[in-house]
Design a protein around this ligand. Sequence first.
Ligand SMILES: [Zn+2]
Length: 236
Amino acid sequence: MILARSGTPARRPVTRQVFQPAVVPTHPCEGGAPKEPDAREVFSHPTASKRVALTFDDGPSRENTPRVLKALRRAEAHATFFVLGDRAERMPDLLAAAHEDGHEIANHGFSHTSMRSLWKSQIRDEVCRTHRAIVAATGQAPALLRPPFGRYAPSAVPLVGGLGYDLVLWSVDAADWKAREPAAMAKRVVQAARPGSIILMHDREASSAEALPMILAGLKRRGFEVVTVSALLEWD
Ligand SMILES: [Zn+2]
């Protein structure tokens, strides 16, 4: 094949150093490709060291979340808040305040519907709408999901994994929603704690806000450090 001559004199190629910005892959909840569908299902994370994770579901709450944050600040403890998307959209300031205090903001779905009764597309909507509300409030992409009521079908695991999430359940239930006596509840939770426990509470429950200082003091007495779920999962 004969190449046509362009008739223009050959130029030396200009070498220019191009600084490429680091490519941040788009999150699956923001239109990016799905991730590896290998989500972990975590109930606890037994460690050699005395650490537990306190988790607060169903918030934020205008009344009680600030009380919970105050108690955590006083005890210099960090917790994980599994927030609901519909509340996160309405109260982003509370998410931002918790994030600024060093707490972890994680995903509890949008409408607190059992994921067992949802289609895959609905699960994706529940997770991703909440994901976007959390990113908008904190600037940080969450990677932990607690399905409402801890319920989900096995088929939800790869779906959630594809969205970049691990599933976090719990090993100690404070049962704060039915606790009449915060002191008794605090005692029960402190006694049930083991190294690596993930403790379920609700920051919407006044009883939890009331019991929390006692729980934190009790855990400290037993030599436990209170950390976020992500921090707990990092320890061997
Ligand atoms: Zn819940």
